[in-house]
Structure formats: structure tokens, C-alpha cells
Design a protein around this ligand. Structure first.
Ligand code: G3H
Ligand code: 13P
Ligand code: ZN
Length: 316
């Protein structure tokens, strides 16, 4: 199977009451760990690339690694649908470059612009993308947290206004919509002692206004305590790292949410494993020695997500 768009994945996920995992990728070990988990669990997959990842690894390296993942799945006898997606595209030019470079899906994040400007930019991207067989994710509402160099403080974050979603989708022609209901980027989503809460009422109202339309949840890492502990027990310093409780993510996956974005959990799994390895083997210096367990830890994490959180195992 060639790389696919997310259209068919989202249709089945919506009808089946599960969500597709969209995992951020930056290097070979991350791509391998995620893909091996998806192959073993027969789960449709979105591999997403941020502009920071593209700068770090270069478009062509990531693209070739993702194509290799597809071939690896075929060799394992699994016809794994993989969608390659631009995460948080911020300009038309960046989206165009990814579309021209073989991505099957792009996000144009105009959430920091006015409603009218967001519509204008998103529509421009949709027109180019659709002409090239590529799908587009837009965003309404603003998440707190860190994306690339942009740090959105909690006071600048805002929930999605359900009154705007129909007009936004109709005027832009987007294929999916990211909304802000209280999730946030990074490893510090709630303050210690604060009760984690998501605005499921907003999600419900959005899906009532957009029946059958796929919704996307960013900032959806659960910041798994096991990995935070692994980091802190091995010289790291991440006190008070708190994520979205898994039961809330499961509830979202059963609803109109068809795509759940996960990056921080991958970072924690990889870093925890490497820190532990260095602590236990201070004399080792072959990168393969510490990257192998890091890749295994990513695989274990992703399998857990696919089966216990997203419910998309066995759907490929
Ligand atoms: O939403 C942001 C993602 O976690 C990507 O992070 O821009 O540092 O690659 P990044
Ligand atoms: P996390 O930081 O919660 O993993 O969110 C990732 C994300 O939304 C990527 O777009
Ligand atoms: Zn995001």
C-alpha cells in the first residue's frame, strides 16, 4: 500500500467509536518504534512531522524513513495504512512545500489569527492541497503550551467557540478540525492539586453542529507517571509533570474525535529509557546500546496507546 490520506481512516474511526493515533516523529528510532507497534497491533497510523522536526532531520530523511516504514510493514505481511501529516503548519509556503514533497495531509494552524484571517489562510491551503489529493486539518480555539518556539501562556489560551465551527468548515473546506477543550502541549498540563478537566460539553456541541465530521485533539499526551519517574530516578528533574488522564482520552476516542496527537509521551519514554541506561552503564558509549532500549520503550508505549487508549488495534 502507498501512503494514504486520513479520509478513510477517519470515516471508519468515526463510525467505529475509536481514534487514530497521530505520533510525532523526529528520527529513525522513533519511526521504527511506532511502526513496529502499529504492525503488531494492526493499527492504522498517522506519522506527523512538525516544522521543528523537518528542520532537525530534513524533509527528505523523514520522508524516506516513513517510506521505509511502509515497506517494513509490507515485509511483515501487514498492509498498514500510513498517513504522513504536517503538524502545526503555520504558513501557506510550508504547507505547499510538504504537499509538493509527498505528504498526504497537512495542518494549517491559523488559530493565532483573527477568525477572518484564519479562514482566508486555511482556504488558501485547502485549495492547493485538494488540487493535489491532500487533506487539510484546520484549528479553531487556542491551546496553551509549547509548540516549537511559540509558548502560549494559559491566559492566552481559549476554548473553541461552537458558534464558529460551521462557518469555518463551510468557508474553508477543511477535512478535519482541531479544537481546544482544555488539553495543552507539553508535559505540564495541569498544576499539582488541580483537578484535570476537559470541556466535553464543548466537544459535544461542536459534534452536534458538525455531524459526522472528524475532530482532532492536540496536546493529548497522558504524561505517563512510570516514564516521569524513570526520568526523575535517573538524574532528571521533571517535578509536577502532569498529563491528560487516560479515561478522558478513551471517552474522547469514542466520540467525534478521530485523531489524537501524541508527542510528549514519546519524548518521555525515550528520555527515561536513555537516562536509565546511562545511569546503569556509565562506561557504555555505543549509541546503539542506549537507542535500542529507547526504541523498545517507544514501541511498548505506542502499543499501550493503540490498545488501551485509542482502541484502533485490529482496524488495519
Ligand atoms: O505540538 C507540538 C509538537 O509536540 C511538536 O513539537 O514543534 O517541538 O517538534 P516541536
Ligand atoms: P503533547 O505535547 O500532549 O504530546 O501534544 C502533541 C501535539 O499536540 C502535537 O501536535
Ligand atoms: Zn499540537
Amino acid at each position: 500500500m502507498a501512503l494514504v490520506t486520513s479520509t478513510e481512516m477517519f470515516k471508519k474511526a468515526y463510525e467505529g467509536g475509536y481514534a487514530i493515533g497521530a505520533f510525532n516523529v523526529n528520527n529513525m528510532e522513533i519511526i521504527q518504534g511506532i511502526t513496529e507497534a502499529a504492525i503488531e497491533e494492526r493499527a492504522p497510523l498517522i506519522l506527523q512531522v512538525s516544522s521543528g522536526a523537518r528542520k532537525y532531520a530534513k524533509h527528505v530523511y523523514l520522508m524516506k524513513l516513513i517510506e521505509a516504514a511502509l515497506l517494513d510493514a509490507q515485509d511483515s505481511g501487514v498492509d498498514l495504512p500510513i498517513c504522513v501529516h504536517l503538524d502545526h503548519g503555520d504558513t501557506f509556503e510550508l504547507c505547499k512545500s510538504c504537499i509538493d514533497g509527498g505528504f498526504t495531509s497537512v495542518m494549517i494552524d491559523g488559530s493565532h489569527f483573527s477568525f477572518e484571517e484564519n479562514i482566508k489562510l486555511t482556504k488558501q491551503v485547502v485549495e492547493y492541497a485538494h488540487d493535489h489529493g491532500v487533506v487539510v486539518e484546520g484549528e479553531l480555539g487556542r491551546l496553551a503550551g509549547i509548540e516549537d518556539a511559540v509558548n502560549v501562556s494559559a491566559k492566552d489560551a481559549s476554548y473553541t467557540d461552537p458558534d464558529q465551527v460551521q462557518e469555518f468548515v463551510a468557508k474553508t473546506g477543511v477535512d478535519s478540525l482541531a479544537i481546544a477543550i482544555g488539553t495543552s502541549h507539553g508535559a505540564y498540563k495541569f498544576k499539582p492539586g488541580q483537578k484535570p478537566q476537559l470541556r466535553f460539553d464543548i466537544l459535544e456541541e461542536v459534534s452536534r453542529r458538525l455531524p459526522g465530521f472528524p475532530i482532532v485533539l492536540h496536546g493529548a499526551s497522558s504524561v505517563i507517571p512510570e516514564f516521569v519517574k524513570m526520568i526523575n530516578d535517573n538524574g532528571g528533574k521533571m517535578p509536577d509533570a502532569i498529563g491528560i488522564p487516560e479515561d478522558m482520552l478513551r471517552e474522547a476516542a469514542r466520540s467525534a474525535v478521530c485523531k489524537i496527537n501524541i508527542d510528549s509521551d514519546l519524548r518521555l519514554a525515550m528520555t527515561g529509557s536513555i537516562r536509565q541506561y546511562f545511569n546503569e552503564h556509565p562506561d557504555h558509549f555505543d549509541p546503539r546500546q542506549y537507542l535500542k532500549p529507547a526504541r523498545e520503550n517507544i514501541k511498548r508505549l505506542v502499543k499501550h496507546k493503540l490498545v488501551n487508549v485509542l482502541g484502533c488495534n485490529g482496524k488495519a
